[in-house]
Design a binder for this molecule. Structure first.
Ligand SMILES: NC(=O)C1=CN([C@@H]2O[C@H](COP(=O)(O)OP(=O)(O)OC[C@H]3O[C@@H](n4cnc5c(N)ncnc54)[C@H](O)[C@@H]3O)[C@@H](O)[C@H]2O)[C@@H](O)CC1
Ligand SMILES: [K+]
Length: 528
């Protein structure tokens, strides 16, 4: 009987699976449970390779890629590749195999034997595959334990030089499964079919030049086996569903502006006026009920002209044009706001202001010069004194200044951001191509972005957006790191949308603010 419930359970499971990120060891343990439960290793390899073959038939039809070169390593990644070789052979592709290892795991060796018996040519070197239109990289998967050495490193370098399309099975051979580090050399894939669950290394910035378009091949790992293994750190991919679920999309029919959150932005200086405007426009897009923006008195008219709906608070300024002192309207103090976001364009001359907001009992976002001043005030003790949550939004340079004692964020961003969150008790958002957000022992990774966002002012937009979301969320009791994750996702999706329409060169920070609302519109169905 047709069971609608069963189908929606399958869809929900797929979505859950797409959020999970694993290390090599976790994958090995999960795989171990499946095999211990009775799934034959060979059967699983057949299933996975069948799914890969199916995608290759769709993406690279025989008419476009008649001749396919298959690179085979010693382990089960090589076994997968040999099954794909066999199946593509039966579909009429012309196949040539390069298998440079003399010793193969048993199952891989059996597949190699059968492929040879089918008269598919198997070579030790790559040269005979020079005329192939497409390559399948099955050299190493999550079992790679050390740097590539001769002759495999030369094979990989030669393959990269040929610049033909390459499909990597599980991950590009040569990448560390957890850190994404290049171990000697690595395959530059056009497409990576990640098997079963997302491997952490594919979501690390340093891997991105090698991964190409990444796609998950879901082979129905039972959720119970995953849950039995995954403890901490818990690493999650942000999905449209998870992001949209945290947005304050629905308002009560009877409400008023102060019930929709009141955000205080503290930003700008005579030197940096644009940062304040962009932060304000980011906050505007968040839908926040009330927006107050504290700036130096002399730039108040500029802000008022750009953000007529906001309450612009002109403050006394230093000789250099930074805010000298917060001068809030009568009967208002910092506790009047649901959230404070502070930093863009401040200059480091606004040090007393940052001290004041750190001392407040309000949720606080610190960015840009707010972070530079925090370093001067001594990061960890300043944060540990806080009575309310703090969100820090550094890029890698600011991160290193804030947290000199964590692992290098350019080598392993996830370990670094986890260490920073643990040391500071703050929510730390480490900006990058794959922005990572950590609190305690949990990390959220934004899996999609665009280099179009590598542009002055786009971080200011994020600060405003984030502040506005936090201000709205406090009344709704939503978990803070998930709101931060949503802001990061929303911001990057707006960049993607804008770049699609205007090219990557066309996404200046002001334009970005204009695309934010379209993202919610486009994805709001995910919430129903
Ligand atoms: N996890 C799963 O449930 C599944 C895994 N499968 C495949 O199995 C793969 C993992 O298989 P394996 O554990 O056999 O690992 P790999 O196939 O990644 O390779 C490990 C083998 O390479 C050798 N090796 C490691 N580093 C080397 C180096 N630098 N130079 C030379 N040799 C080196 C190891 O001694 C070992 O024999 C996955 O990536 C995936 O492709 C699939 O077959 C089906 C399902
Ligand atoms: K591979």
């Amino acid at each position: 009987m047709f069971n609608q419930n069963h189908l929606s359970n399958i869809a929900a499971r797929r979505e859950q699976i797409s959020r999970i990120v694993v290390t090599a060891q976790q994958m090995r343990d999960i795989e171990g449970r499946i095999f211990a439960a009775g799934m034959p290793v060979a059967a699983l390899m057949e299933k996975v390779a069948g799914l890969i073959t199916h995608r290759i038939l769709e993406l690279y039809p025989r008419s476009q890629a008649p001749c396919v070169g298959i690179l085979v390593g010693p382990g089960h990644n090589g076994g997968d590749a040999l099954v794909v070789a066999r199946e593509l052979h039966f579909q009429g592709y012309q196949i040539a195999v390069c298998s440079p290892f003399s010793k193969l795991k048993d199952l891989t060796s059996q597949h190699a034997q059968y492929v040879k018996n089918l008269k598919i040519p198997v070579h030790e070197s790559l040269e005979p595959l020079a005329e192939c239109d497409l390559f399948i990289d099955g050299l190493f998967g999550f079992g790679l334990g050390r740097s590539l050495f001769s002759p495999v490193d030369q094979i990989v370098n030669q393959l990269n030089e040929w610049s033909q399309p390459v499909v990597s099975i599980d991950l590009p051979s040569g990448l560390h499964t957890d850190t994404g580090e290049v171990l000697g050399t690595a395959v530059q894939a056009t497409q990576t079919f990640c098997l079963g669950l997302w491997k952490l290394g594919l979501l690390q910035d340093q891997a991105l030049d090698y991964v190409g378009a990444a796609e998950l091949i879901d082979f129905d790992i039972p959720l119970a086996d995953i849950q039995a293994i995954l403890e901490t750190p818990k690493i999650q991919r942000i999905t449209p569903e998870s992001a949209i679920a945290t947005l304050p999309l629905q308002r009560s029919p009877v409400t008023h502006k102060y019930k929709q959150g009141h955000l205080l932005l503290i930003c700008g200086s005579r030197r940096y006026t644009g940062g304040a405007i962009l932060t304000g426009l980011g906050a505007r897009a968040s839908g926040v009920g009330m927006l107050s923006i504290a700036v130096p008195e002399s730039i108040k008219p500029l802000l008022s002209a750009q953000l007529p709906e906001a309450l612009i608070v002109g403050c006394p300024e230093t000789e250099s044009g930074a805010i000298a002192q917060l001068q809030l309207p009568e009967k208002t103090d910092l506790s009047s706001f649901e959230a404070i976001a502070c930093g863009p364009g401040l200059t480091v001359d606004a040090k007393p202001i940052v001290q004041e907001v750190l001392d407040s009992d309000r949720p606080l976002v610190l960015d840009a010069d707010g972070l530079n001043i925090l370093v001067q005030l001594d990061t960890i003790p300043s944060l540990q004194h806080r009575q309310a949550p703090t969100v820090l939004t550094p890029h890698a340079g600011e991160f290193k200044r804030l947290f000199p004692d964590t692992p290098d964020p350019t080598k392993d961003r996830i370990t670094a951001v986890l260490a920073a969150a643990e040391q500071s008790s703050a929510v730390v958002l480490l900006k990058g191509a794959r922005t990572a957000i950590a609190q305690a022992d949990c990390v959220w990774i934004n899996p999609e972005s665009t280099p179009a966002l590598a542009r002055g002012g786009s971080g200011d937009v994020l600060t405003g957006l984030l502040g506005g979301l936090i201000a709205q969320a406090t009344s709704k009791d939503l978990p803070l790191p998930e709101i931060v994750a949503t802001a990061a996702w929303w911001h990057s999706q707006a960049g993607i949308l804008a770049a699609d329409e205007r090219t990557e060169m066309g996404v200046d920070a002001f334009t970005l603010t204009q695309y934010l609302m379209f993202v919610v519109n486009r994805f709001s169905d995910f919430n129903s």
